[in-house]
Design a protein around this ligand. Structure first.
Ligand SMILES: Cc1cc2nc3c(=O)[nH]c(=O)nc-3n(C[C@H](O)[C@H](O)[C@H](O)COP(=O)(O)O)c2cc1C
Length: 326
């Protein structure tokens, strides 16, 4: 058994949180992660309908009242506060509010007996989150899939853990037992994984996207704003998204601000997204995509990460230490 706040105080079997991923992690994936002993989360995007939250939360909870989380975006709550109302009503174990300050929402979430997490990308964001009273700080490195910051996971993790007393978990680039063991050895209370679940059997990824993800190498992602600009999404500038490189990023990454005015390109992208043509359409994925080579049940992925990390820490890591001389 791995011994961290997430296993002793939250009573998870593994200190592993299945990241909220809008469009990919619904109730089925969240449930599978939680059933395996992690904590699964439902991803809610800026345009997600309210009914989605209610429906998917019921699926995640199931008949046996499994625990789950719901992930929201702070900047989206400013224009759609009803997303938080619906999330609170679904009574999850954990809510995350990322990409903007969680401070305005801490009290309401806590009043419902729900824990609050937020993803941070700098020392300043970590301090703000801790001061606001969040229960879990997620150090999200730039290797991560989806929207993220500019600092890589390892320096960010060290900086954030030095800065705050709140429990910290590591996100970004973790997709194997070695990565989990490394994050725990660095002092993280757990890991928050997304990319390694993209091809889980229970994920919402399309067949076409799964094929591309399994083929993609770690060198084939880009941190880009072009998909948000071309879709007219109001993502704050400081949070680009890490996606697989394709013809659309090749055409626009060098001149992102021009894509907003390129009506034809925007139209082509919209059609490609509808038609699942990933030569143009976006697939958000992190650099750990180079480790994702097959489709498996999410439970197998979580158990492999957790048991594998425990095995590494018990066996290989002991070899690092010489007996201390008196
Ligand atoms: C396809 C995809 C969608 C994502 N959507 C969200 C989201 O809706 N809300 C959120 O807080 N984070 C989102 N993220 C970021 C994850 O929460 C997490 O930080 C990231 O996946 C961790 O890094 P990794 O992908 O290297 O495991 C998304 C990530 C991916 C890959």
């Amino acid at each position: 058994m791995l011994n961290t706040t997430l296993t002793t105080s939250w009573h998870l079997r593994y200190p592993i949180i299945g990241a909220p991923m809008a469009g990919v992690s619904g109730g089925r994936l969240a449930r599978a992660v939680s059933q395996a002993g992690g904590l699964g989360m439902i991803g809610v995007g800026s345009q997600t309908p309210i009914e989605f939250i209610t429906r998917e939360a019921a699926i995640a909870r199931g008949e046996n009242q499994a625990r789950f989380g719901i992930g929201l975006m702070a900047w989206a709550l400013e224009s759609r506060p009803e997303l938080l109302d619906a999330a609170l009503q679904a009574q999850p174990f954990l809510i995350s509010i990322s990409f903007g300050s969680p401070a305005p929402y801490v009290e309401r979430v806590h009043q419902q007996g729900i824990l609050l997490a937020t993803q941070v990308h700098s020392r300043a964001e970590a301090l703000e989150a801790a001061q606001a009273g969040v229960d879990l700080v997620v150090a999200q490195g730039a290797e991560a899939g989806g929207h993220t910051g500019q600092v890589s996971t390892l320096p960010l993790l060290q900086i954030v853990m030095d800065a705050v007393q709140t429990p910290v978990v590591a996100a970004g680039g973790i997709a194997s037992p070695r990565g989990v063991a490394a994050a725990l050895a660095a002092g993280a209370q757990g890991v928050w994984v997304g990319t390694c679940l993209l091809t889980a059997l229970e994920s919402g990824s399309s067949e076409q996207a799964r094929e591309r993800i399994m083929q993609a190498k770690e060198t084939e992602t880009t941190l880009t704003r072009v998909f948000d600009l071309a879709q007219g999404l109001a993502w704050p500038e400081q949070f680009p998204g890490r996606a697989l490189r394709n013809n659309f990023t090749e055409a626009w990454d060098a001149r992102p601000e021009e894509v907003s005015a390129a009506a034809q390109a925007r139209q082509e992208l919209a059609e490609a997204i509808k038609g699942r043509d990933y030569d143009l359409a976006v697939i958000y994925a992190g650099q750990a995509v180079g480790l994702v080579t097959q489709q498996q049940p999410a439970g197998d992925i979580i158990r492999n990460l957790g048991d594998g990390a425990e095995h590494l820490l018990r066996t290989q890591y002991q070899g690092l230490l010489q007996p201390a001389h008196p």
